[in-house]
Design a protein around this ligand. Structure first.
Ligand code: G3P
Length: 199
């Protein structure tokens, strides 16, 4: 229906809001695309040393992913969950973060937004995936390695917890897109040159 199209478009525009750029502006920091990895994301904002700005980035980028799922559920007809709408909006909000209309389609890597989406699907899925991130980040101190590990496992967690082929496939697409976004990180990891958190 037209409502479905409008909601998917709304999720894309919501996903397009670059909280790394917004938080940097709020904290009077340089544009995150001008230093470090150049990525508009919480990890790169943390490289300024301003933890508050990194936390705001993380909460904003995750929050918009979560909100897209909440909106999908809200607008779903009362005669049952429309998995298609949820899947469409979760993919749209994620694509919005990667290819934002507000940044000439040059966005982030989608880690926080994916975490928000998974939390919205079910808190246990979000918690398990974030726990994976935390464990790998704690052991390696490398944000991208934690993200790649989480992206690898998230589709399995989704299948296990939700038993829904549409949602599992959508999470798989999100994971693959996220991994392709980490190409420069993978190159650095293989060369042993990836920066550690807080460096
Ligand atoms: O949050 C994205 C993270 O996985 C990598 O970020 O800035 O180290 O490329 P960055």
């Amino acid at each position: 229906s037209i409502l479905t199209v409008l909601l998917i478009l709304a999720a894309y525009i919501l996903g397009s809001i670059p909280f790394a750029v917004v938080a940097s502006w709020v904290f009077k920091l340089p544009d995150p695309r001008s230093y470090g990895s150049g990525n508009p994301g919480a990890t790169n904002v943390l490289r300024t040393g301003k933890k508050g700005a990194a936390i705001l980035t993380l909460l904003g980028d995750a929050g918009k992913g979560w909100l897209a799922i909440v909106l999908a559920r809200h607008f779903t007809a009362p005669d049952g969950e429309s998995t298609i709408l949820i899947a469409g909006m979760m993919l749209a909000v994620f694509i919005g973060h990667l290819y934002p209309i507000f940044l000439k389609f040059h966005g982030g890597k989608g880690v926080a937004t994916a975490a928000g989406v998974l939390l919205g699907l079910t808190p246990w899925l979000g918690a398990l995936t974030m726990l994976t991130w935390i464990i790998v980040a704690f052991l390696s101190r490398i944000s991208s390695l934690a993200a790649l590990s989480s992206a690898l496992l998230a589709p399995f967690y989704t299948h296990w917890l939700l038993q829904d082929n549409i949602l599992t496939s959508t999470v798989l697409i999100i994971s693959v897109l996220m991994m392709t976004r980490h190409r420069s990180n993978i190159t650095n990891l293989l060369a042993g040159k990836e920066t550690r958190i807080g460096k």
